[in-house]
Structure formats: C-alpha cells, structure tokens
Design a protein around this ligand. Sequence first.
Ligand code: ZN
Ligand code: ZN
Length: 391
Amino acid sequence: MWYNGLLDLSVMQLIAVTLALTHVTIVSVTLYLHRHSAHNSLDLHPALAHFFRFWLWLTTAQNTKEWTAIHRKHHAKCETEDDPHSPVVKGIRKVLFEGAELYAEAATAETLERYGQRTPEDWVERQVYSRYRMLGITLMAAVNLLLFGVNGIWIWAVQMMWIPVWAAGVVNGIGHYVGYRNFECADNARNISPIGLLIGGEELHNNHHTYPNSAKLSRRWYEVDIGWGYIRVFQLFGLAKPKGFRPVAHRVPGKNVVDVETVQAIANNRFDIMRQYRKQVMEPAMRQQKAKLEDAIRPRYRKLKRMLSQETSLIKPKDQVHLELLLETNPVLSQLYQKSHELQALWRRRGVKPQEKLQALLDWCRDAEASGIRHLEEFAAYLKAYSLRPA
Ligand SMILES: [Zn+2]
Ligand SMILES: [Zn+2]
C-alpha cells in the first residue's frame, strides 16, 4: 500500500492542488519579480513582497537580483545579440526548450552589476535564500511527500517545470515569435492570447513591451490580465499600489486647436495613435487604391497593407523591395506613408525643443488638411482633440 500523505486526496483533488500551487508561483513571478522588481511599476507591502520571495525560493530556486537583471537587459537589448533570450536571434527551439539554461548563462557578474540595482541584499537574502539556494526546493519536496505521500513526487516535478516551461519557454519564446500585435513597438513582442489567465497576464507581451512601466498588461476591452485583477484585490487591503497603468492622454470632444499639451499627449499615446492611423487612414486608403496597384504587386496586397503600418526595422529585405515598388508607383499611398513617418518623428527625434515640436505638428495638420485626402484631413481633426487634461 502506498503512503498517501496526511491529506489523502483523490486524483482530481491532487490535480486541483497542483494547479493552485503552480498558479501561486506564476503570480509571484508576474507581480513580484516582473512588475514590482524589474519594472518598478507596482509597490508591494513588504510582507506580501516577502511572501512572494519566500515562495519563489521554495518552488523555483530563483534569485530576485538575477531574474531582475536578466529581464531588464532583455528590454534594453531586445532582439539583438546581447538579448539574453531572443528567439529572433537565438532561434525559437533554443528559447522554448532551453529557456532556463539561457538564464543561467546570462547571469554574469557584469550583467548583475549593471542591471540588478534595487534588489534585496538583506540578511535573509545573503544568509538563507542565496546561500542555500537549493534548500527551498528540497524543503518543498519534503512538505509535498508529507502532505500528499508518493503523489507528492510528481506534484513537485510539475512545480519545478512550471516556470521553465511557461515563463522562460513560452513567454520569452512564443511571446516574441507568434501571436497578434496591438502596437508597433520596436521589437518583435506579441500577445500570445487575449486571455491572460494561465501565465498570469504575461500572455499580453506586445502590450507589455509597448508600455513596460505599466502595472496593467491588458489594453483592449476584450483582453484579460488576471495579474491586474490580483493587484486590484491586494490594493483593497492596502497590500499593493500600482504606480502607473495608462499613458496620460485624453480626447476632448470639440477641441480643435493644436497646443503644447496636444504634442505631449500624442507622444504619450504614440502607439495607440499609430494604431489609429493604420485603421483610420492607411487601411481605408489601401482598399481604395487596390484596383490601381501594379500587376507585379497586386497578389501581395494583404502583406503590403500590413507592411505600410509595420515597424520599419521588422520588415524583411525581400519584402522591402515590394513596399518600395508600391510607394514609387502610387502617389497617394506614398504621401500617406510619408505623413506617418513625419508624425513618428515628433517623438522619435531626440533633443528637439517643445516649441519646435509644436510647430512640426501644426505644419503636419495644415498639410494634412490641404492634402485633398479625406481620411488624412479627418485624422488631423482627430489629433487636435488630444490633451493632457480630461474634458
Ligand atoms: Zn520580451
Ligand atoms: Zn518586462
């Protein structure tokens, strides 16, 4: 007869307990390591922060400084040779199946020094968590055996695999490889699924790379970030406080002037502005121009439609040729494409004075209104309604 542990649970109960335990681990990673430690977008009560740190020691042997440093480096060097886990550079198989090994390789003293600021270096970190790194997961195994008997072994195995598979493999691999893009951020980050339950909301990785300092990862009404739900509940009890979760930008109905605040609000909300430019200007224009496209590029209509609004650094050279042919042969699309880049220059060019930016936006709107292209004229009016203050 097997020893079934102090709790003596049925198989279904054991599965439910395992999912609950791994869910606590995922929540610890997304709330504590990711949103609180790496991005500082969330304040946590010291007791709650320490619970998460303790739990991660028990279930992952993960060190806060290492995780934080590697993750910050990932954002700083995204999709380059120095990115610790880019599937674009290292290949999807490597990131998906050897995600945990990549973390170990990346944790050099130099990386920890440069990117590991503001992480715990207290007595318990030095004398317990970092010093006896494997003790936590060993204790967890003992507790599992005691509570669940022999079944505790596979529960422990699932617990040990959960973060390497879901966080290191799926988020870092799939999240930069397949999925949809709400925003044209400068790297290849994608939303794996609009429903962020299983990986605590980390599924919404394109949103996160676009707004890395936001404690909330969902952006569209149909997207769910369960991590944000927990933050709101903890906030009710005074245990958590989000520092920022949306760009400061408001649309004021009837506002029809361009001022310095318009420029700032547009820059704050730039990714959404470019998404609207795609929907309100580029896509309708492309549909209207479809019949006029050269024979050589008409079969590539759908791809070209997407490329017109795509982050330029992500367009492959073989596709670039077709985009150039489209722009050379179609004056309307060429003009709209140029206007899109002029708009992006408002926030991409560094060291430009606010007054010069204001003049650039005034010029942009004046040219758009005189363009004779209805969608572009309407978009100028759309931009003018932006302000830093609500109506
Ligand atoms: Zn990423
Ligand atoms: Zn991040």
